[in-house]
Design a binder for this molecule. Structure first.
Ligand code: HEM
Length: 428
């Protein structure tokens, strides 16, 4: 195929909403231009990295390719990185430090390692094994609620009726939030993406104003939680008690740092895992032979969850900043330039995955990079995998009578991708 490298679009939210992942562009880039300088009128330029080995090489050198530079995500020209645009009105009102990194994703070692360690103990495989039964109970409840909604109403949106529920509940369970708070957090979490449903807007408010109000409410909720757990004797959540007492550079974290920390933990695993669950259901329903294998053999749950993570790749890319000149494939990345690693592209690398465009729930090995690689490797990997397994377990008995209906829509976002809505119905 003739491909025009000057026009393909890796950055506009609308392109992801209207066309999904740009597989043709990524295939061409992996084959013909493993280091590609992506320059478009409206965005800050960066090097695009699409090969599996190269994504690992860049991510595996956090000394040379740092997170603490000007950009972590693709940004419009002249605009600051999403969360680096200064303080929101909540932070301004409290006199927070505008130069403080919002959370660990913006940090580099040695500080990054210390901050990450303050919670990494809670995300180990052992901790997840201990929580698996809780997740399965929650997933079962949500699956039953979904069946009741579909039986009562016919076609329903799988994202709203099912996929969005477990990620918040599971994170809430792990952090120790009251179950009543989960639904409220769901509304706030939409606001993080700049979306507010009409029923959550006040009269006369614009969407941006409503999003800001919701964000401030979420920040205030976190502030209260931190305050309660700072009291002598602590609060009800063992996790937050430990977090407020954790030391970074010998000091406990301040309000701003703790607020950013909890904000990240609650936000990072929310839409990502929801997209994997919804995308996984779509993939299984579109590949009935794979679904049949899973129904016949529940021991495939684990490899199916992993293949769904490879297939859906909910995070599109992260950017790094070069601290020195570095040459790859004969091309030199100059000190100060931005480099973007594209996880879905790496997950279709034919030198690593046999028949990468085949959805194969028995795929082993499956060295997918959906959770990134290296120092910033997703902290919630074990949690997300446990949630996905629990969701699949609860849905497998239902999936054979579920069918996809027309009208699915995708999220308009250039950093996290997946279904915004997935209409389905149950037969018979
Ligand atoms: C399917 C679900 C998920 C996907 C695809 C995903 C993907 C990612 C990716 C690609 C990164 C950056 C990795 C890198 O820079 O090398 C990341 C970082 C992170 N993720 Fe996830 N994630 C998911 C679920 C979760 C969950 C459930 C949590 C729960 C708390 C979470 C918390 C985090 C945190 C805290 C970081 C920052 C780690 C650091 O900077 O050291 N993620 N995730």
């Amino acid at each position: 195929m003739r491909f025009d490298p000057s026009t393909f679009d890796l950055h506009s939210p609308e392109a992801y909403a209207n066309h999904g992942f740009p597989w043709d562009a990524w295939d061409w880039l992996r084959r013909e231009a493993p280091m590609f300088w992506y320059e478009r009128d409206d965005i800050e330029p960066f090097w695009v990295v699409t090969r599996h080995a190269d994504v690992k090489e860049i991510s595996g050198r956090p000394d040379l390719f740092i997170n603490g530079g000007p950009r972590l995500r693709v940004t419009r020209r002249g605009e600051p990185e999403l969360l680096r645009g200064g303080l929101d009105s909540f932070g301004q009102a409290r006199g927070w430090d505008p130069l403080e990194a919002p959370d660990m994703t913006f940090m580099d070692d040695p500080r990054h390692r210390q901050v990450r360690r303050a919670s990494s103990w809670a995300f180990t495989q052992g901790c997840m094994r201990g929580m698996a039964a809780h997740f399965e109970t929650l997933a079962q409840t949500f699956a039953e609620e979904f069946v009741a909604a579909a039986e009562a109403r016919g076609t329903v949106d799988f994202v709203a009726e099912c996929a969005c529920k477990l990620p918040l509940a599971a994170t809430g369970q792990l952090i120790g939030l009251a179950p009543d708070d989960w639904r409220q957090i769901l509304t706030w979490s939409h606001a993080i993406l700049g979306e507010v449903e009409p029923e959550h807007m006040h009269p006369g408010e614009t969407v941006a104003e409503a999003a800001e109000r919701n964000m401030n409410d979420f920040r205030a909720y976190l502030e209260d939680l931190i305050h309660v757990h700072r009291q002598p004797g602590g609060g009800p959540s063992p996790f937050i008690n430990r977090l407020v007492n954790a030391k970074v550079d010998g000091e406990p974290m301040n309000d701003q740092q703790l607020n950013g920390y909890l904000f990240l933990l609650i936000g990072a695993g929310n839409d990502t895992t929801r997209n994997a669950v919804a995308g996984g259901v779509e993939a299984l329903l579109s590949h009935p032979e794979e679904l049949e294998k899973l129904v016949d053999d529940p021991s495939l749950l684990e490899s199916a969850a992993d293949e769904i993570l490879r297939w859906t790749s909910p995070v599109i890319s992260f950017l790094r900043t070069a601290t020195d000149d570095y040459t790859m494939h004969g091309t030199t990345i100059r000190k100060g330039e931005t480099v973007g690693v594209f996880y879905p592209a790496a997950n279709r690398d034919e030198t690593v995955f046999e028949a990468p465009y085949r959805f194969d729930i028995t795929r082993r090995p499956n060295d997918y990079l959906s959770f990134g690689f290296g120092a910033h490797f997703c902290l919630g990997t074990n949690l997300a995998r446990a949630e996905l397994r629990a969701s699949l377990k609860s849905l497998v008995p239902i999936l054979p009578r579920m069918e996809l209906m027309p009208g699915a829509t995708r999220i308009a976002h250039a950093h996290v991708s997946g279904y915004a809505t997935l209409p389905v119905r149950l037969r018979g």
